[in-house]
Structures are given as structure tokens and as C-alpha cells.
Write a protein that binds this ligand. Structure first.
Ligand code: GLA
Length: 319
């Protein structure tokens, strides 16, 4: 079987999200096909530190060590987000205390995981239809929209030359594309270092289509910073609609075509796309089984529930 990472060696790294279970259960696939990885949960602030001062690195360490031993580069995910923070009431802290805690947290992560090759500093700042920076309300309510530049500057001091990313979802909505670009430009104009934009790429077989994605990529390429596709999966559902016991063959075919079209497009943008990361190894362990509908099986990945390659896998190797 051809290996994804070898086939794409001249284009970009091929990444995958991992957790402490999949590095054991799916280790052969991971080792064979991927040369970049992201912890799906284990490096989030609240995952590593349940309450202030109480750090437990065990899961993150296991994944980090697995990647080091197998020559898989690691992305750091994530620092400033509205979710998965320590249980203490951040809201009750003074601005100074909140700032210092974050500074301490960044230093701890930088010291413990020095070989991480880029960090998602801010995750999901903009709400699609609102187009302002209030989505990260935890940080926005304290610092206003200044939080964005403030934490990138903090990360720049803490992580030295390691590339710093802003990671965002719903990245093709026209108004949102505009706001993402405006936000990054403003920060760059302010002298703040942002090295890359992460595009999550949680898509489904109905939308967004490749042309919409391409239009967005064209806008993002004008920013002059790197791009990574950070969390790709392709649901077979039109959001909440429908429920299947088994994946219908025609939808799996449509999914294969979509993967193929998207990877072709990514190859066309290889000058700016550094990594394309899939948000699970196989269909047997995907967050989409519980999102946006709880307990509804989905089949969004390149490998099936028995961890065999799907048509989508073969299709993205055909070029
Ligand atoms: C967002 C986050 C990811 C992950 C997914 C859901 O996209 O960036 O870390 O939590 O939601 O799995």
C-alpha cells in the first residue's frame, strides 16, 4: 500500500489528530501514513490542568513521545480558546491574574514540549454571522479585542521562533473570510507576529464546494502568511439531517470524489499550504459520532471502522 506521507512529500505534510488511545489502537496506520500530528484534546489548557496549578501531563506526554519516537512532527493545539480551560472561574480573576496565568501556562508548555513545530495561539475568534471577536468571550470580556494581539505577542516572547498560528472554522463564509483577513492584517500592521492561518476544514459532502473553498484560499493567500489545513473531516450528513445505520454507497462515493477534489486543490496551493491534517485516523473513532447529533454514527475519514482504507484514501493517491 502506498503511503500518504511519501506520496505527498513534494507537496505538504500529511497530519492526523491523535489521542492516548489511538496511538495504541491505530499505531500502524499512523506510523505508515502521517508525518505530522495534533493532539485532539490532550494539550488543551483544561485537559492538561484541571484546576489552577494542578498539571497532569501524562496523556500529552504519551502522544508527544510517540511522535518523537516515530519521527512525526507535532503541532501544538491550542492556547487561547473559549473552551477547555481549568475549572476555576477565570471570569473572577483580575485581568492581571488572568494574564499572568496564561503567561505561566505558555512557559510551561514551551519548556515541556520544545520540539513542537507550530502552535495554535488563538482558536476560533470569530462568530460566522457576527463577524467580531466576541466568540472567545472568556478573553474578550476581560481584554476586549486587544486580547488577540496581546496573546500573540505573549506567545512570540515565550515560544521564540516557533511559528504561531491563528486557527479558525467556517472559513469559507464570505463575510467571515473578510473579517479573518482584516483581523490578521490589523495585527500584522500593529507589528504583531502571526506566522500562519489554520483552516479547520470540518466539511460535509454537501458544502462548501471546492470553488467556494478556492475563493477563500485566494483571499487568504494575499495575506502572505503560511496556511495549514488543520482539522479536516468530511461528514456524510447535511448537518442535523438524516441518520443511517450503514454508510450508503452513493454517499461514500460522493465523499471519495470530494476528498479527491479537495486534495487536488490543496496540491495546487502547495506553495502556501504547509500541512493538511485529518481530524481522526479512522471512522471507528470520530467526534462526529456525537456532533452535531448525539449518538449518530458518521463515516468522515479515509479509513473505515475496521481501519481499512476507503475509496477516498485510494482516490487522493491517484495523481
Ligand atoms: C474545534 C477544535 C478542535 C476540536 C473540534 C471538535 O474544531 O479546534 O480542537 O475540539 O472542535 O473535535
Amino acid at each position: 500500500m502506498q503511503s500518504l506521507k511519501e506520496k505527498y512529500a513534494d507537496y505538504f505534510k500529511v497530519g492526523v489528530s491523535l489521542n492516548e488511545s489511538t496511538i495504541i489502537s491505530h499505531k500502524d496506520i499512523i506510523k505508515q501514513h502521517f508525518n505530522s500530528a495534533t493532539c485532539d484534546y490532550a494539550m488543551k489548557y483544561g485537559a492538561i490542568c484541571d484546576i489552577y496549578g494542578n498539571y497532569n501531563f501524562s496523556n500529552a506526554d504519551k502522544i508527544y513521545n510517540f511522535c518523537s519516537e516515530n519521527n512525526i512532527a507535532m503541532r501544538g493545539h491550542t492556547l487561547i480558546w473559549n473552551y477547555d480551560i481549568p475549572a476555576d472561574e477565570f471570569k473572577l480573576l483580575s485581568n492581571k491574574e488572568a494574564f499572568e496565568r496564561m503567561e505561566e501556562h505558555m512557559k510551561i508548555m514551551a519548556k515541556r514540549y520544545p520540539s513542537i513545530y507550530c502552535w495554535d495561539v488563538v482558536n476560533e475568534a470569530i462568530i460566522g454571522n457576527k463577524c467580531d471577536l466576541t466568540r472567545n468571550s472568556l478573553w474578550y470580556d476581560k481584554f476586549g479585542s486587544d486580547y488577540f494581539d496581546m496573546f500573540f505577542s505573549m506567545a512570540s516572547k515565550t515560544f521564540g521562533n516557533i511559528p504561531l498560528y491563528y486557527n479558525e472554522d467556517e472559513e469559507t463564509h464570505v463575510k467571515k473570510v473578510h473579517k479573518i483577513c482584516e483581523t490578521i492584517k490589523r495585527s500584522l500592521d500593529n507589528g504583531v507576529r502571526i506566522d500562519g492561518l489554520g483552516l479547520q476544514c470540518h466539511i460535509n459532502i454537501y458544502e462548501p464546494n471546492v470553488d467556494d473553498y478556492k475563493r477563500a484560499l485566494d483571499e487568504y493567500s494575499k495575506l502572505g502568511i503560511n496556511i495549514q489545513i488543520t482539522e479536516m473531516d468530511v461528514s456524510i450528513y447535511d448537518y442535523e439531517k438524516g441518520r443511517y445505520q450503514n454508510p450508503p454507497a452513493n454517499l461514500i462515493e460522493r465523499q471519495a470524489q470530494l476528498y479527491s477534489d479537495y486534495f487536488k486543490m490543496f496540491r495546487d496551493y502547495k506553495e502556501i499550504i504547509e500541512t493538511v491534517t485529518l481530524w481522526a485516523v479512522a471512522d471507528d473513532a470520530t467526534w462526529l459520532d456525537n456532533y452535531p447529533v448525539k449518538n449518530r454514527k458518521d463515516w468522515p475519514m479515509l479509513f473505515d471502522i475496521d481501519r481499512n482504507p476507503k475509496e477516498a484514501f485510494y482516490r487522493i493517491l491517484e495523481f
